[in-house]
Design a protein around this ligand. Structure first.
Ligand SMILES: *Cc1c(COP(=O)(O)O)cnc(C)c1O
Length: 412
């Protein structure tokens, strides 16, 4: 008899996106004519094609693979030096942050990294997540057996949910008791909120005082426009002693289908064994990488390297300008329709308060039926997301303009 991992049975069925798809297809079969006008503002995927610098680098890398002299088989599990050095130099050292090349671990995605990092931590940790939350942080802890079952609101026993609301500008304050692992994501998905240096300093001070580790997801750092805002947790003094940072090429360079990301694990980072003795985490993560992963493809790493060339950086800037232009158009339209709008200024997501008296799903249905616009109901991201909906700026300009004109004239 084989026994399964019964933690998987605690998972609530992937409810949000299947339920959106169900409602959209029910609408489409009832109103096939209206369905032709549908605009999806719910997606968290990019829409614009890959930067030319990345495509050209991939073509050259394919040629390398076709000749004995330049062919590559297995590469270093943690990533090729040519890419790790570019990342450490451009994303950190040139910004005054001291990160060594070998503190960068190149991977096939931040989703995987956020999930896999749990391998090197004990099952006894107390874990805090933001609410609303990127569901990967929660579900991977459920799978690993770090929680009890879910309650009626969908919250799992054993996790500490940090409510993110207009009152705290969607940046949670530190709890008044210790926690061991803390997931923070800025700029935030889904709220579009950003954290200031002072707000992050409080979290770093808390982590240092309690011997906690911050798991900092900076997948959207490229969307930050305000020069006063930190792009990396390591801009905060002390953070290399208490934080792991996740970054991805998915959202800045449109690599969602190419797959490349990286994790930063500083060598100064430690966690304790059962007897309370501190050990560095870097060798554990390196060991996990070389045992369970065989590296990102050479072709993909060459594409990522090219993003740091002059043209690559210009092409990324143009992509960000495109999406942030959409965000601006959509934000103005939502404000014009009389709604309260958060985010969208340093992030590709707008977090919008539902009209008084409407739940997230009621607002979703109204926009689908009356304007043929698909948004994401906030309650799908956690209890504190009820009463909000998310509008994504990942779209063509044409779709953003059309959605904005329908939203600006919407009678709530
Ligand atoms: C899109 C996204 C990522 C990136 O995931 P990849 O696996 O690198 O594509 C990470 N974190 C959040 C919150 C995201 O929305």
């Amino acid at each position: 008899m084989a026994y399964l991992n019964s933690n998987y049975l605690k998972l609530k069925s992937g409810y949000l996106f299947p339920e959106i798809a169900r409602r959209v297809s029910a609408f489409a079969s009832q109103y096939p004519e209206k369905a032709k006008r549908l605009i999806r503002c719910g997606i968290g995927d990019v829409t614009e094609p890959l930067p030319e610098a990345a495509r050209n680098a991939m073509l050259r890398a394919v040629q390398d693979m076709g000749q004995h002299s330049t062919f590559r088989g297995y590469g270093p599990e943690q990533g090729y030096e040519f890419l790790r050095s570019k990342i450490a130099e451009f994303d950190y050292r040139s910004r005054g942050i001291s990160i060594a090349d070998d503190e960068i671990f190149v991977s096939d995605g931040s989703k995987c990294d956020c999930a896999n990092i749990l391998d090197i931590f004990s099952h006894t940790n107390c874990i805090a997540v933001m609410d609303p939350v990127y569901p990967v942080y929660v579900d991977t802890n459920v799978m690993a057996g770090h929680t009890g079952p879910a309650d009626a609101s969908g919250a799992y026993y054993g996790l500490l949910y940090l409510p993110c609301l207009p009152e705290n500008h969607f940046v949670p304050s530190t709890p008044n008791h210790p926690v061991d692992l803390i997931y923070l994501c800025f700029p935030n998905n889904p709220t579009g909120a950003v954290a200031s240096l002072a707000q992050l300093q409080k979290w770093v001070d808390f982590a240092l005082a309690n011997d906690s580790i911050i798991l900092y997801d900076a997948a959207y750092e490229a969307f930050i426009r305000d020069p006063a805002l930190p792009h990396s947790i390591y801009e905060i003094p002390g953070a290399t002693k208490c934080a792991i940072e996740f970054r991805s090429f998915s959202k800045n360079a449109g690599f969602t289908g190419v797959r490349c990301a990286y994790t930063v694990v500083p060598k100064t980072l430690t966690a304790r064994d059962e007897s309370g003795n501190p050990h560095p985490l870097h060798p554990l993560w390196a060991r996990r990488f070389s045992t369970k992963f065989n590296g990102v493809s050479y072709i993909t790493q060459r594409a990522a390297e090219a993003l740091y060339s002059d043209e690559g950086r210009q092409q990324i800037a143009a992509l960000i300008d495109h999406y942030m232009g959409n965000a601006d158009i959509l934000r103005k339209a939502l404000l014009a329709s009389g709604l309260l709008v958060y985010g969208g200024e340093n992030a590709p997501y707008l977090w919008v308060k539902c009209p008084t008296g409407l739940t997230s799903w009621q607002t979703f249905d109204l926009l689908l039926n009356e304007a043929q616009i698909v948004v994401t109901p906030g309650s799908g991201f956690g209890a504190a997301g009820e009463g909000f909906f998310r509008v994504s700026a990942f779209n063509s300009r044409q779709n953003a303009i059309e959605a904005a004109s329908r939203l600006a004239n919407f009678r709530w």
